[in-house]
Design a protein around this ligand. Sequence first.
Ligand code: ADP
Ligand code: ZN
Ligand code: MG
Length: 485
Amino acid sequence: MAIGYEPVIGLEVHAQLTTATKAFCSCPTSYGARPNTNTCPVCLGHPGTLPVLNENLVRFAARVGLATNCSIRYSSTFSRKNYFYPDLPKGYQVSQYEDPICYAGHVEIETDDGIKRIGLTRIHMEEDSGKSIHDLDVDTLIDLNRSGVPLIEIVSEPDIRTSKEAGLYLKTLRQTLVYLGVCDGNMEEGSLRCDANVSVRPIGQAAFGTKTEIKNLNSFRNVEKAIEYEIQRQISVLESGGSIDQATMLWDAGAQQTRVMRMKEQAHDYRYFPEPDLVTVVISQEQLNELREGLPELGLAKKQRFMRQYGLPAYDAAILTDDGELARWYEEACAALSQQSEQAFKAVSNWILTDVLRRMGENKQTVSHVGITTQQLASLVDAVVQGLISNAVAKEVLVDLFETDKLAQDIIDEKGLRQVSDTDTIRTLVQQVIEANPENLTKYKAGKTNLFGFFVGQALKASGGAANPSIVKEIMQEALDALVM
Ligand code: ADP
Ligand code: ZN
Ligand code: MG
Protein backbone atom coordinates (compact mmCIF):
# COMPACT_ATOMS: atom_id res chain seq x y z
CA MET A 1 0.00 0.00 0.00
CA ALA A 2 1.39 3.37 -1.01
CA ILE A 3 1.79 5.94 1.73
CA GLY A 4 2.18 9.64 1.10
CA TYR A 5 5.44 11.45 1.70
CA GLU A 6 6.06 15.02 2.74
CA PRO A 7 9.19 16.78 1.49
CA VAL A 8 11.24 18.88 3.93
CA ILE A 9 13.54 21.49 2.41
CA GLY A 10 16.03 24.02 3.77
CA LEU A 11 18.08 26.39 1.59
CA GLU A 12 21.53 27.82 2.10
CA VAL A 13 21.94 30.91 -0.06
CA HIS A 14 25.22 32.69 -0.76
CA ALA A 15 24.86 36.31 -1.81
CA GLN A 16 27.78 38.31 -3.14
CA LEU A 17 27.66 41.81 -1.70
CA THR A 18 27.98 44.90 -3.89
CA THR A 19 30.56 46.63 -1.74
CA ALA A 20 33.08 48.50 -3.90
CA THR A 21 36.02 46.66 -2.38
CA LYS A 22 36.73 43.18 -1.05
CA ALA A 23 36.07 41.94 2.48
CA PHE A 24 39.60 42.26 3.89
CA CYS A 25 41.62 44.29 1.34
CA SER A 26 40.97 47.25 -0.94
CA CYS A 27 40.87 45.35 -4.25
CA PRO A 28 37.81 46.12 -6.40
CA THR A 29 34.99 43.57 -6.56
CA SER A 30 33.97 44.33 -10.17
CA TYR A 31 32.82 41.34 -12.22
CA GLY A 32 34.39 40.55 -15.59
CA ALA A 33 37.83 42.13 -15.09
CA ARG A 34 40.80 40.36 -16.71
CA PRO A 35 41.64 37.25 -14.67
CA ASN A 36 43.86 37.82 -11.62
CA THR A 37 44.00 41.60 -12.04
CA ASN A 38 41.76 42.44 -9.05
CA THR A 39 44.23 40.94 -6.59
CA CYS A 40 46.83 41.92 -4.00
CA PRO A 41 49.03 40.05 -1.51
CA VAL A 42 46.16 39.85 1.03
CA CYS A 43 43.57 38.20 -1.25
CA LEU A 44 46.27 36.10 -2.92
CA GLY A 45 46.93 34.66 0.53
CA HIS A 46 50.60 35.61 0.79
CA PRO A 47 52.09 34.75 4.18
CA GLY A 48 52.68 37.67 6.49
CA THR A 49 49.84 39.82 5.13
CA LEU A 50 47.06 41.01 7.43
CA PRO A 51 43.35 41.37 6.66
CA VAL A 52 41.53 44.63 7.42
CA LEU A 53 37.75 44.36 7.78
CA ASN A 54 35.61 46.31 5.29
CA GLU A 55 33.04 48.14 7.45
CA ASN A 56 30.48 47.92 4.66
CA LEU A 57 30.46 44.15 4.90
CA VAL A 58 29.16 44.46 8.45
CA ARG A 59 26.68 47.19 7.56
CA PHE A 60 25.32 45.24 4.57
CA ALA A 61 24.97 42.01 6.55
CA ALA A 62 23.18 43.78 9.41
CA ARG A 63 20.89 45.55 6.93
CA VAL A 64 19.83 42.20 5.46
CA GLY A 65 19.35 40.82 8.97
CA LEU A 66 17.12 43.71 9.98
CA ALA A 67 15.09 43.44 6.77
CA THR A 68 14.53 39.71 7.43
CA ASN A 69 13.46 40.09 11.06
CA CYS A 70 16.67 38.65 12.50
CA SER A 71 18.20 39.35 15.88
CA ILE A 72 21.59 41.04 15.45
CA ARG A 73 24.61 40.28 17.66
CA TYR A 74 26.28 43.34 19.12
CA SER A 75 29.51 41.42 18.95
CA SER A 76 30.46 38.52 16.71
CA THR A 77 33.69 36.90 15.57
CA PHE A 78 35.32 35.47 12.47
CA SER A 79 36.60 31.90 12.17
CA ARG A 80 38.80 30.04 9.74
CA LYS A 81 37.16 27.28 7.74
CA ASN A 82 40.01 25.05 6.66
CA TYR A 83 40.10 23.05 3.45
CA PHE A 84 42.43 22.57 0.55
CA TYR A 85 41.44 23.65 -2.92
CA PRO A 86 43.56 25.19 -5.69
CA ASP A 87 41.34 28.31 -5.83
CA LEU A 88 41.79 28.88 -2.08
CA PRO A 89 45.43 29.95 -1.76
CA LYS A 90 45.33 30.57 2.01
CA GLY A 91 44.07 27.04 2.69
CA TYR A 92 41.16 28.47 4.67
CA GLN A 93 38.18 30.70 4.14
CA VAL A 94 37.43 33.45 6.64
CA SER A 95 33.86 32.87 7.79
CA GLN A 96 31.70 33.02 10.91
CA TYR A 97 30.92 29.90 12.88
CA GLU A 98 29.63 29.97 16.44
CA ASP A 99 28.30 33.50 16.61
CA PRO A 100 26.97 34.64 13.22
CA ILE A 101 26.08 38.33 13.07
CA CYS A 102 22.35 37.62 12.43
CA TYR A 103 20.13 34.81 13.72
CA ALA A 104 16.52 33.76 14.27
CA GLY A 105 14.74 35.71 11.53
CA HIS A 106 12.07 34.98 8.98
CA VAL A 107 10.94 35.83 5.46
CA GLU A 108 7.31 35.92 4.35
CA ILE A 109 6.43 34.29 1.05
CA GLU A 110 3.13 34.57 -0.77
CA THR A 111 1.87 31.09 -1.69
CA ASP A 112 -1.41 30.12 -3.34
CA ASP A 113 -2.71 29.39 0.17
CA GLY A 114 -1.69 32.78 1.56
CA ILE A 115 1.30 34.18 3.40
CA LYS A 116 3.76 31.63 4.79
CA ARG A 117 6.71 32.28 7.08
CA ILE A 118 10.06 30.65 6.37
CA GLY A 119 12.39 30.81 9.34
CA LEU A 120 16.01 31.92 9.00
CA THR A 121 18.46 30.12 11.24
CA ARG A 122 21.33 32.51 10.65
CA ILE A 123 23.06 34.94 8.33
CA HIS A 124 26.83 35.00 8.52
CA MET A 125 29.60 36.95 6.81
CA GLU A 126 32.37 35.29 4.86
CA GLU A 127 34.75 35.74 1.95
CA ASP A 128 34.44 34.08 -1.44
CA SER A 129 37.05 31.72 -2.86
CA GLY A 130 38.61 32.12 -6.30
CA LYS A 131 37.23 30.41 -9.37
CA SER A 132 38.52 27.28 -11.11
CA ILE A 133 37.78 27.21 -14.81
CA HIS A 134 37.52 23.60 -15.99
CA ASP A 135 35.47 23.88 -19.11
CA LEU A 136 38.21 24.91 -21.54
CA ASP A 137 40.09 22.42 -23.71
CA VAL A 138 43.23 22.98 -21.68
CA ASP A 139 44.30 22.42 -18.09
CA THR A 140 42.24 23.89 -15.29
CA LEU A 141 42.76 27.65 -14.93
CA ILE A 142 42.48 29.66 -11.73
CA ASP A 143 41.08 33.19 -11.50
CA LEU A 144 41.55 34.81 -8.09
CA ASN A 145 39.58 38.00 -8.83
CA ARG A 146 36.72 36.58 -6.75
CA SER A 147 39.00 35.60 -3.88
CA GLY A 148 38.07 37.72 -0.86
CA VAL A 149 34.85 39.16 -2.34
CA PRO A 150 32.39 39.60 0.56
CA LEU A 151 29.50 37.16 0.87
CA ILE A 152 26.70 36.56 3.26
CA GLU A 153 25.30 33.07 3.72
CA ILE A 154 21.61 32.96 4.55
CA VAL A 155 20.56 29.64 6.11
CA SER A 156 16.86 28.82 6.27
CA GLU A 157 15.10 26.57 8.73
CA PRO A 158 13.72 23.36 7.21
CA ASP A 159 10.34 25.07 6.79
CA ILE A 160 9.94 24.69 3.02
CA ARG A 161 7.64 21.90 1.83
CA THR A 162 7.58 21.97 -1.99
CA SER A 163 9.95 22.81 -4.82
CA LYS A 164 7.60 25.64 -5.74
CA GLU A 165 7.85 27.10 -2.23
CA ALA A 166 11.63 26.85 -2.50
CA GLY A 167 11.49 28.88 -5.71
CA LEU A 168 9.18 31.46 -4.11
CA TYR A 169 11.43 31.75 -1.07
CA LEU A 170 14.49 32.29 -3.25
CA LYS A 171 12.68 34.87 -5.39
CA THR A 172 11.52 36.74 -2.29
CA LEU A 173 15.01 36.67 -0.83
CA ARG A 174 16.53 37.84 -4.10
CA GLN A 175 14.02 40.68 -4.36
CA THR A 176 14.79 41.74 -0.80
CA LEU A 177 18.55 41.77 -1.42
CA VAL A 178 18.12 43.78 -4.63
CA TYR A 179 15.70 46.23 -2.96
CA LEU A 180 18.26 46.72 -0.19
CA GLY A 181 20.93 47.39 -2.81
CA VAL A 182 23.35 44.92 -1.21
CA CYS A 183 23.45 42.31 -4.01
CA ASP A 184 22.78 42.49 -7.75
CA GLY A 185 20.90 39.18 -7.58
CA ASN A 186 22.45 37.87 -10.79
CA MET A 187 22.36 34.08 -10.53
CA GLU A 188 24.06 33.52 -13.90
CA GLU A 189 27.12 35.48 -12.83
CA GLY A 190 27.10 33.70 -9.49
CA SER A 191 26.14 36.73 -7.38
CA LEU A 192 23.45 34.53 -5.86
CA ARG A 193 24.07 30.80 -5.35
CA CYS A 194 21.90 28.24 -3.69
CA ASP A 195 22.47 24.87 -1.98
CA ALA A 196 19.29 22.89 -1.33
CA ASN A 197 18.88 20.40 1.53
CA VAL A 198 16.14 17.88 0.83
CA SER A 199 14.55 15.03 2.75
CA VAL A 200 11.18 13.29 2.75
CA ARG A 201 9.17 11.71 5.57
CA PRO A 202 5.96 9.69 5.69
CA ILE A 203 3.03 12.05 6.17
CA GLY A 204 2.21 12.23 9.87
CA GLN A 205 5.74 11.39 11.03
CA ALA A 206 7.23 14.10 13.25
CA ALA A 207 10.92 13.26 12.84
CA PHE A 208 12.70 14.47 9.73
CA GLY A 209 14.12 11.98 7.26
CA THR A 210 17.80 11.79 6.28
CA LYS A 211 18.70 14.73 4.02
CA THR A 212 20.87 15.14 0.99
CA GLU A 213 22.39 18.46 -0.01
CA ILE A 214 22.40 19.61 -3.64
CA LYS A 215 25.25 22.05 -4.27
CA ASN A 216 25.61 25.12 -6.45
CA LEU A 217 22.26 25.60 -8.10
CA ASN A 218 22.66 28.57 -10.40
CA SER A 219 19.18 29.41 -11.69
CA PHE A 220 15.62 29.43 -10.35
CA ARG A 221 14.76 26.74 -12.89
CA ASN A 222 17.54 24.48 -11.71
CA VAL A 223 16.67 25.00 -8.05
CA GLU A 224 13.09 23.88 -8.58
CA LYS A 225 13.95 21.06 -10.98
CA ALA A 226 16.77 19.65 -8.86
CA ILE A 227 14.64 19.68 -5.71
CA GLU A 228 11.72 18.06 -7.50
CA TYR A 229 13.98 15.40 -8.96
CA GLU A 230 15.57 14.70 -5.60
CA ILE A 231 12.19 14.42 -3.83
CA GLN A 232 10.98 11.87 -6.37
CA ARG A 233 14.29 9.98 -6.23
CA GLN A 234 14.15 9.71 -2.44
CA ILE A 235 10.51 8.61 -2.47
CA SER A 236 11.23 5.85 -4.97
CA VAL A 237 14.22 4.64 -2.93
CA LEU A 238 12.02 4.44 0.18
CA GLU A 239 9.11 2.86 -1.71
CA SER A 240 11.37 0.09 -2.93
CA GLY A 241 12.44 -0.66 0.64
CA GLY A 242 15.76 1.19 0.56
CA SER A 243 17.05 3.95 2.79
CA ILE A 244 18.48 7.40 2.06
CA ASP A 245 22.20 7.88 2.48
CA GLN A 246 23.36 11.26 3.65
CA ALA A 247 25.24 12.71 0.71
CA THR A 248 26.29 15.83 -1.10
CA MET A 249 24.90 15.87 -4.61
CA LEU A 250 25.38 17.87 -7.79
CA TRP A 251 22.65 18.81 -10.26
CA ASP A 252 23.55 17.64 -13.73
CA ALA A 253 21.53 20.05 -15.89
CA GLY A 254 22.43 18.13 -19.05
CA ALA A 255 21.15 14.77 -17.77
CA GLN A 256 18.43 16.50 -15.69
CA GLN A 257 19.29 14.46 -12.60
CA THR A 258 21.14 14.70 -9.29
CA ARG A 259 24.46 12.85 -8.91
CA VAL A 260 26.37 11.97 -5.77
CA MET A 261 29.44 14.15 -5.24
CA ARG A 262 30.54 12.73 -1.88
CA MET A 263 29.07 10.51 0.82
CA LYS A 264 28.87 11.27 4.53
CA GLU A 265 32.04 9.30 5.24
CA GLN A 266 33.92 11.64 2.94
CA ALA A 267 32.30 14.71 4.48
CA HIS A 268 34.52 17.69 5.10
CA ASP A 269 35.86 18.33 8.55
CA TYR A 270 36.65 22.00 8.35
CA ARG A 271 38.33 22.27 11.76
CA TYR A 272 36.95 25.73 12.33
CA PHE A 273 39.00 27.84 14.68
CA PRO A 274 38.93 31.52 15.68
CA GLU A 275 40.54 33.90 13.17
CA PRO A 276 43.45 35.44 15.11
CA ASP A 277 44.10 38.29 12.66
CA LEU A 278 40.70 39.98 12.94
CA VAL A 279 39.23 41.67 15.98
CA THR A 280 35.71 41.07 17.27
CA VAL A 281 33.04 42.71 15.08
CA VAL A 282 31.13 45.21 17.20
CA ILE A 283 27.95 46.97 16.22
CA SER A 284 26.20 49.46 18.49
CA GLN A 285 22.55 50.01 19.23
CA GLU A 286 22.86 53.46 17.62
CA GLN A 287 24.26 51.98 14.43
CA LEU A 288 21.47 49.44 14.34
CA ASN A 289 18.83 52.13 14.86
CA GLU A 290 20.32 54.12 12.03
CA LEU A 291 20.35 51.07 9.75
CA ARG A 292 16.79 50.22 10.70
CA GLU A 293 15.61 53.72 9.87
CA GLY A 294 17.33 53.52 6.50
CA LEU A 295 15.47 50.35 5.44
CA PRO A 296 13.35 50.79 2.32
CA GLU A 297 9.80 49.53 1.98
CA LEU A 298 10.21 45.95 0.75
CA GLY A 299 8.50 44.05 -2.06
CA LEU A 300 5.52 42.43 -0.34
CA ALA A 301 4.71 45.49 1.77
CA LYS A 302 4.94 47.67 -1.32
CA LYS A 303 2.71 45.33 -3.28
CA GLN A 304 0.08 45.39 -0.55
CA ARG A 305 0.26 49.19 -0.36
CA PHE A 306 -0.14 49.50 -4.16
CA MET A 307 -3.32 47.41 -3.94
CA ARG A 308 -4.68 49.60 -1.12
CA GLN A 309 -3.54 53.01 -2.29
CA TYR A 310 -4.13 52.70 -6.04
CA GLY A 311 -6.88 50.07 -6.02
CA LEU A 312 -4.78 47.80 -8.25
CA PRO A 313 -5.42 44.07 -8.69
CA ALA A 314 -2.80 41.78 -7.11
CA TYR A 315 -1.49 40.85 -10.55
CA ASP A 316 -0.68 44.44 -11.52
CA ALA A 317 0.75 45.28 -8.09
CA ALA A 318 3.05 42.23 -8.17
CA ILE A 319 4.55 43.12 -11.54
CA LEU A 320 4.94 46.82 -10.75
CA THR A 321 6.69 46.15 -7.43
CA ASP A 322 8.85 43.30 -8.67
CA ASP A 323 11.52 45.85 -9.43
CA GLY A 324 12.04 48.87 -7.17
CA GLU A 325 12.81 51.22 -10.06
CA LEU A 326 9.61 50.34 -11.91
CA ALA A 327 7.60 50.79 -8.70
CA ARG A 328 9.10 54.25 -8.20
CA TRP A 329 8.35 55.13 -11.83
CA TYR A 330 4.73 54.03 -11.49
CA GLU A 331 4.20 56.18 -8.42
CA GLU A 332 5.78 59.19 -10.09
CA ALA A 333 3.48 58.77 -13.11
CA CYS A 334 0.42 58.56 -10.84
CA ALA A 335 1.53 61.66 -8.95
CA ALA A 336 1.75 63.52 -12.28
CA LEU A 337 -1.88 62.77 -13.23
CA SER A 338 -4.09 65.83 -13.25
CA GLN A 339 -6.98 63.76 -11.96
CA GLN A 340 -6.21 61.32 -9.16
CA SER A 341 -8.68 58.46 -9.54
CA GLU A 342 -8.49 54.67 -9.35
CA GLN A 343 -9.58 54.55 -12.97
CA ALA A 344 -6.58 56.66 -13.94
CA PHE A 345 -4.20 54.67 -11.65
CA LYS A 346 -5.34 51.47 -13.34
CA ALA A 347 -4.88 53.03 -16.77
CA VAL A 348 -1.28 53.99 -15.91
CA SER A 349 -0.69 50.39 -14.83
CA ASN A 350 -2.26 49.03 -18.03
CA TRP A 351 0.05 51.07 -20.26
CA ILE A 352 3.10 49.99 -18.27
CA LEU A 353 2.15 46.30 -18.20
CA THR A 354 1.60 46.26 -21.96
CA ASP A 355 3.45 48.78 -24.11
CA VAL A 356 6.10 50.10 -21.74
CA LEU A 357 7.27 46.68 -20.54
CA ARG A 358 7.25 45.36 -24.10
CA ARG A 359 9.49 48.24 -25.22
CA MET A 360 11.78 47.65 -22.24
CA GLY A 361 12.08 44.01 -23.26
CA GLU A 362 12.63 44.73 -26.94
CA ASN A 363 15.28 47.38 -26.36
CA LYS A 364 16.75 45.76 -23.22
CA GLN A 365 16.37 49.05 -21.36
CA THR A 366 15.30 50.00 -17.87
CA VAL A 367 12.18 52.10 -17.49
CA SER A 368 14.22 55.30 -17.02
CA HIS A 369 15.79 54.88 -20.46
CA VAL A 370 12.92 53.46 -22.46
CA GLY A 371 12.02 56.79 -24.11
CA ILE A 372 8.94 57.96 -22.26
CA THR A 373 8.79 60.05 -19.09
CA THR A 374 6.32 59.72 -16.24
CA GLN A 375 4.86 63.14 -17.23
CA GLN A 376 4.31 61.94 -20.78
CA LEU A 377 2.50 58.76 -19.70
CA ALA A 378 0.40 60.74 -17.23
CA SER A 379 -0.55 63.20 -20.02
CA LEU A 380 -1.73 60.27 -22.15
CA VAL A 381 -3.91 58.88 -19.37
CA ASP A 382 -5.25 62.37 -18.65
CA ALA A 383 -6.25 62.76 -22.28
CA VAL A 384 -8.20 59.49 -22.25
CA VAL A 385 -9.83 60.11 -18.87
CA GLN A 386 -10.90 63.60 -19.99
CA GLY A 387 -12.44 62.11 -23.11
CA LEU A 388 -10.11 63.94 -25.52
CA ILE A 389 -9.17 60.69 -27.25
CA SER A 390 -10.28 57.09 -27.24
CA ASN A 391 -8.05 54.24 -26.10
CA ALA A 392 -7.53 53.25 -29.72
CA VAL A 393 -6.23 56.70 -30.64
CA ALA A 394 -4.18 56.78 -27.44
CA LYS A 395 -2.25 53.81 -28.75
CA GLU A 396 -1.20 55.88 -31.77
CA VAL A 397 -0.31 58.86 -29.60
CA LEU A 398 1.84 56.62 -27.42
CA VAL A 399 4.05 55.81 -30.39
CA ASP A 400 4.78 59.54 -30.74
CA LEU A 401 5.40 59.90 -27.02
CA PHE A 402 8.17 57.32 -27.31
CA GLU A 403 9.67 59.14 -30.31
CA THR A 404 9.43 62.73 -29.01
CA ASP A 405 9.53 64.80 -25.81
CA LYS A 406 6.03 66.17 -26.43
CA LEU A 407 3.05 65.72 -24.15
CA ALA A 408 -0.08 63.90 -25.35
CA GLN A 409 -2.13 67.10 -25.56
CA ASP A 410 0.31 68.66 -28.05
CA ILE A 411 0.37 65.59 -30.28
CA ILE A 412 -3.43 65.40 -30.24
CA ASP A 413 -3.73 69.07 -31.24
CA GLU A 414 -1.03 68.91 -33.89
CA LYS A 415 -2.50 65.84 -35.53
CA GLY A 416 -6.12 66.82 -35.03
CA LEU A 417 -6.90 63.65 -33.14
CA ARG A 418 -9.32 65.23 -30.71
CA GLN A 419 -12.28 62.99 -30.15
CA VAL A 420 -15.68 64.16 -31.35
CA SER A 421 -17.91 64.67 -28.33
CA ASP A 422 -20.31 67.08 -30.02
CA THR A 423 -23.75 65.48 -29.58
CA ASP A 424 -25.30 66.93 -32.76
CA THR A 425 -22.55 65.47 -34.93
CA ILE A 426 -22.86 62.11 -33.20
CA ARG A 427 -26.66 62.11 -33.47
CA THR A 428 -26.38 62.55 -37.26
CA LEU A 429 -23.86 59.73 -37.42
CA VAL A 430 -26.14 57.44 -35.40
CA GLN A 431 -29.10 58.15 -37.69
CA GLN A 432 -27.01 57.38 -40.76
CA VAL A 433 -25.87 54.03 -39.35
CA ILE A 434 -29.42 53.00 -38.40
CA GLU A 435 -30.73 53.92 -41.85
CA ALA A 436 -27.93 52.05 -43.60
CA ASN A 437 -28.75 48.78 -41.78
CA PRO A 438 -32.48 48.15 -42.09
CA GLU A 439 -32.21 44.35 -41.77
CA ASN A 440 -30.37 44.49 -38.53
CA LEU A 441 -32.78 47.12 -37.29
CA THR A 442 -35.69 44.74 -37.97
CA LYS A 443 -33.91 41.96 -36.07
CA TYR A 444 -33.14 44.35 -33.24
CA LYS A 445 -36.78 45.34 -33.00
CA ALA A 446 -37.72 41.64 -32.96
CA GLY A 447 -35.67 41.20 -29.78
CA LYS A 448 -32.08 40.62 -30.91
CA THR A 449 -30.88 43.41 -28.64
CA ASN A 450 -27.30 42.13 -28.65
CA LEU A 451 -27.05 43.82 -32.07
CA PHE A 452 -26.57 47.01 -30.03
CA GLY A 453 -22.82 46.42 -30.12
CA PHE A 454 -22.95 46.13 -33.90
CA PHE A 455 -24.64 49.52 -34.27
CA VAL A 456 -22.21 51.21 -31.90
CA GLY A 457 -19.27 49.64 -33.71
CA GLN A 458 -20.56 50.85 -37.09
CA ALA A 459 -20.96 54.40 -35.76
CA LEU A 460 -17.44 54.45 -34.29
CA LYS A 461 -16.08 53.09 -37.54
CA ALA A 462 -17.95 55.71 -39.56
CA SER A 463 -16.35 58.42 -37.43
CA GLY A 464 -12.91 57.04 -38.15
CA GLY A 465 -12.45 56.28 -34.47
CA ALA A 466 -12.86 59.95 -33.59
CA ALA A 467 -16.26 59.73 -31.91
CA ASN A 468 -16.38 59.48 -28.14
CA PRO A 469 -17.55 55.87 -27.52
CA SER A 470 -19.54 56.51 -24.37
CA ILE A 471 -21.49 59.35 -25.99
CA VAL A 472 -22.09 57.20 -29.08
CA LYS A 473 -23.46 54.43 -26.87
CA GLU A 474 -25.75 56.78 -25.05
CA ILE A 475 -27.18 58.37 -28.19
CA MET A 476 -27.47 55.04 -30.01
CA GLN A 477 -29.44 53.60 -27.11
CA GLU A 478 -31.79 56.58 -27.11
CA ALA A 479 -32.29 56.33 -30.87
CA LEU A 480 -32.97 52.58 -30.86
CA ASP A 481 -35.23 52.79 -27.83
CA ALA A 482 -37.30 55.41 -29.63
CA LEU A 483 -37.66 53.12 -32.67
CA VAL A 484 -38.65 50.04 -30.68
CA MET A 485 -41.48 51.79 -28.84
P1 ADP B 1 24.58 20.35 8.25
O1 ADP B 1 25.12 20.22 9.61
O2 ADP B 1 24.48 19.10 7.48
O3 ADP B 1 25.16 21.50 7.47
P2 ADP B 1 22.48 22.03 9.20
O4 ADP B 1 21.71 21.62 10.40
O5 ADP B 1 23.53 23.06 9.35
O6 ADP B 1 23.03 20.74 8.49
O7 ADP B 1 21.43 22.53 8.14
C1 ADP B 1 21.80 22.95 6.88
C2 ADP B 1 20.54 23.21 6.10
O8 ADP B 1 19.79 22.02 5.94
C3 ADP B 1 19.58 24.21 6.72
O9 ADP B 1 19.05 25.04 5.71
C4 ADP B 1 18.49 23.33 7.32
O10 ADP B 1 17.24 23.99 7.33
C5 ADP B 1 18.46 22.17 6.38
N1 ADP B 1 18.05 20.90 6.99
C6 ADP B 1 18.46 20.39 8.16
N2 ADP B 1 17.92 19.17 8.38
C7 ADP B 1 17.15 18.90 7.28
C8 ADP B 1 16.33 17.78 6.88
N3 ADP B 1 16.22 16.70 7.62
N4 ADP B 1 15.72 17.87 5.69
C9 ADP B 1 15.86 18.95 4.90
N5 ADP B 1 16.59 20.02 5.24
C10 ADP B 1 17.23 20.01 6.39
ZN1 ZN C 1 43.20 42.12 -2.53
MG1 MG D 1 25.58 23.51 8.01
